[in-house]
Design a protein around this ligand. Structure first.
Ligand SMILES: [Zn+2]
Ligand SMILES: [Zn+2]
Length: 350
């Protein structure tokens, strides 16, 4: 039997599919196409608007406060200040808008060559006698700016963040996270991100947000495209008060927009178009969830194991005749003779 005939696709269940294969790829430059999570008009805030637009909090902000407030502050929009191609210090590029490395997204293969241990066993109805088990994975650089790999970065960050959020308990009570935005007043558009963040934390404190994660967005989007409009997204805890008072005192607009669908979905969506700079962390934590207040044990990376003999999987190279099995097979079996192990380090889940 030729080597090609001894190969086959395993009817693997959904759960064995790789993470990235289950996910829908969104268009990197379009906020509205980034998924189903978005935010609508708020309650408990001085801000109205959004009107159910997907990604509403990243389109134009509509502000409706009484006439005693200076008109200039309320304009808040790029019309007056200009923005594209400006020299604003915190005008960072957004997720996925950078350059990929040459091998980002290429396939590599991991597998198990314990053919003998597989004798007589079957996987999803396929007899695995003297066959090896293999999986294709994609190379990822895990960089937020990479147009190919940003999703793997966002997934990691989302997992870490939702774990941290779920560890917070207040006096034995399991609270539900809230989602806030904090918009920067125009007078501070020239400031550094560190300064903006410091000011945003003060606003969060004065509206009684207890703590949470903070994601910086450098841009909002309108019909023309993305433009500089710095704001923060917070997923955290608290019972928000004094939003109006805080606005008059600081110019920062805090908007309580609620969690759409799931906390994880909300975090992922916010990461999908945030402002990325190599000099700043994309996600920071403040208040009761900051690193010195809340200790969360680091999660160990999970090794990948052979579903048949339960031994760890290793990197493999194809040495059989003809072409190796197509890259879009998530997992498959093949004669052990067609493969050699190339590395001794373990393969991890992500
Ligand atoms: Zn990459
Ligand atoms: Zn095995």
């Amino acid at each position: 039997m030729s080597s090609q005939l001894s190969q086959g696709i395993l009817p693997i269940s959904q759960s064995t599919l790789l993470k990235h294969q289950k996910r829908v790829r969104f268009i990197a430059s379009n906020c509205d196409n980034r998924g189903g999570v978005g935010c609508e008009g708020s309650s408990q805030s001085i801000v109205q608007g959004g009107e159910g637009v997907r990604g509403g909090e990243c389109t134009d902000e509509k502000i409706d406060v009484d006439d005693s407030v200076g008109k200039e502050d309320l304009e808040f929009q790029r019309g007056v200040f200009g923005s594209r191609g400006n020299g604003f210090l915190a005008d960072f590029p957004i997720t996925g808008s950078g350059e990929a490395y040459g091998d980002c997204g290429d396939y590599f293969t991991v597998g198990c060559l314990n053919g003998e241990a597989h004798n007589g066993s079957n996987l999803d109805g396929v007899d695995m006698t003297s066959n090896g088990y293999f999986e294709h994975h994609r190379k990822t650089c895990h960089r937020a700016l990479c147009p190919i790999c940003w999703e793997s970065w966002a997934n990691r960050e989302k997992d870490k963040a939702s774990r941290r959020l779920s560890r917070f308990v207040l006096k034995g009570r399991d609270l539900k996270p809230i989602h806030l935005t904090v918009s920067v007043p125009r007078r501070l558009y020239g400031a550094t991100l560190s300064e903006l963040r410091k000011q945003a934390y003060l606003s969060l404190k004065s509206v009684h947000c207890l703590g949470g994660m903070v994601i910086y967005h450098s841009k909002r989007k309108d019909k023309v495209g993305w433009y500089f409009s710095p704001h923060f997204h917070i997923i955290g805890y608290g019972w928000i008060v004094d939003v109006r008072k805080n606005y008059f005192a600081s110019g920062f607009i805090v908007k309580n927009i609620g969690i759409r669908k799931t906390v994880e979905g909300t975090i992922w969506y916010q990461l999908s178009h945030c402002g990325i700079s190599s000099h700043h962390h994309t996600v920071t934590w403040f208040g009761a969830l900051s690193y010195n207040k809340l200790k969360v044990p680091k999660e160990l990376r999970k090794k990948r194991f052979c579903p048949i003999c339960k031994e760890p999987l290793f990197r493999m190279m194809y040495v059989g005749r003809g072409d190796p099995p197509a890259g879009d097979l998530p997992s498959f079996f093949d004669s052990c003779d067609n493969w050699i192990q190339t590395r001794r380090d373990f393969c991890y889940d992500d």
